[in-house]
Design a protein around this ligand. Structure first.
Ligand SMILES: NC(=O)c1ccc[n+]([C@@H]2O[C@H](COP(=O)([O-])OP(=O)(O)OC[C@H]3O[C@@H](n4cnc5c(N)ncnc54)[C@H](OP(=O)(O)O)[C@@H]3O)[C@@H](O)[C@H]2O)c1
Length: 321
């Protein structure tokens, strides 16, 4: 089978990082880069060894040499690019969050499903081998509580993507998706969310934190913030074992397992796993494998869970004033 040919939509921070992972991965290559500027597309294409550069995302999506489009624009532009890719019959790996609103995410999923085209949210945390080992470990004896935070101090600048409403800014969609997402992975979608926090002058959420409530009193304590430095680590407590996931918990290289009557155990990433980038390696391999096997959705990051997360984050945002 020939290599999977990727088109990279956008030339920002994550486009460059994941583009380099794709370029280094066997069985795939970057065939083209698309940007709002053909010069920026050409510069990243040269860096990634891609043969084509396009001055618009539409041209990239229409490129017959491209099998799969990686959408790496700000969230508010995800739907438009994914829609063009799906219409052209391309598989889509779309950066997290899937879109800037529940309605946009639902439309994207409906379009992909009716076209029978592969679509997955690039929630790389789920592809980190240590996160996968924690999620599959039967020794917790029933998880009672998950705690996770993701926060850093970002000087206020209404032009910055994270502070700008027109780019889908705010702590919840960008950072909160990881602590809320870890809870979702380990405990499912909560029955209730009780969230507090504050808004920035631009109207986006600057910080949010609270408790996600699950049947039987199980819970998750989650926080995200653009206003100050957090530990950025996570814990999982079961009746028989706990896991301490070292920072950054969404891309861990070390997890400690401990509990009564057990030897303390340290999990570390295999040297060849890609270090902090292991999740990116895993997500692009998932797209390659899904296409080879004729799957249109991922069982590791299912679209219904991406939609449930969009709903949960919108609920949380709605509780802030
Ligand atoms: N998985 C991860 O680890 C991770 C990390 C960071 C971000 N992300 C996600 O990836 C997406 C992009 O984040 P980023 O940090 O790469 O952002 P960024 O550095 O600001 O880059 C965004 C790129 O999107 C394109 N773009 C299209 N419309 C735009 C607009 N109206 N304003 C600004 N840029 C626009 C631009 O490329 P052109 O000018 O070439 O068109 C720009 O370079 C977000 O959805 C974010 O949540 C994921």
């Amino acid at each position: 089978m020939r290599d999977l040919a990727w088109g990279i939509a956008a030339t920002g921070g994550i486009a460059r990082t994941v583009g380099a992972v794709i370029a280094a991965e066997p069985g795939m290559r970057v065939a083209a880069v698309g940007s709002r500027s053909v010069e920026r597309a050409a510069a990243l294409a040269a860096e990634l060894g891609a043969e084509s550069a396009h001055g618009s995302y539409e041209e990239l999506c229409a490129d017959p040499a491209v099998d799969a489009v990686y959408v790496a624009t700000p969230h508010a532009q995800h739907l438009e690019v994914a829609e063009a890719a799906i219409a052209a019959g391309k598989a889509v790996l779309c950066e997290k969050p899937l879109a800037a609103s529940v309605a946009d995410a639902e439309r994207m999923v409906a379009l992909a499903r009716s076209a029978g085209v592969f679509l997955m949210e690039a929630m790389w945390m789920r592809f980190n081998p240590l996160i996968q080992r924690v999620a599959a470990d039967p020794r917790f004896g029933g998880i009672r509580s998950v705690g996770a935070s993701f926060g850093f101090a970002l000087p206020y600048d209404p032009a910055h993507r994270l502070w700008a409403p027109e780019l889908g800014g705010g702590a919840l969609l960008d950072l909160g998706i990881y602590p809320f997402g870890l809870a979702q992975l380990l405990l499912g979608t909560p029955a209730e969310a009780h969230v507090t926090g504050s808004l920035a002058p631009s109207g986006v959420d600057a910080e949010a934190g609270g408790v996600l409530v699950y049947p039987g009193g199980r819970r998750a304590l989650v926080e995200c913030s653009l206003l100050g430095p957090y530990a950025n680590d996570a814990y999982v407590v079961g009746t028989e074992m706990r896991a301490d996931i070292q920072a950054p918990f969404w891309a861990p290289e070390r997890v400690l397992l401990s509990g009564p009557g057990m030897e303390r155990e340290e999990l570390t990433l295999d040297p060849g796993a890609g270090g902090k980038q292991a999740g990116y390696v895993g997500e692009v391999r998932e797209v390659r494998d899904a296409l080879a096997e004729g799957r249109t959705e991922s069982a590791i990051m299912p679209l219904d869970e991406s939609l449930a997360m969009m709903g949960l984050l919108a609920d949380a945002r709605g509780q802030l004033s």
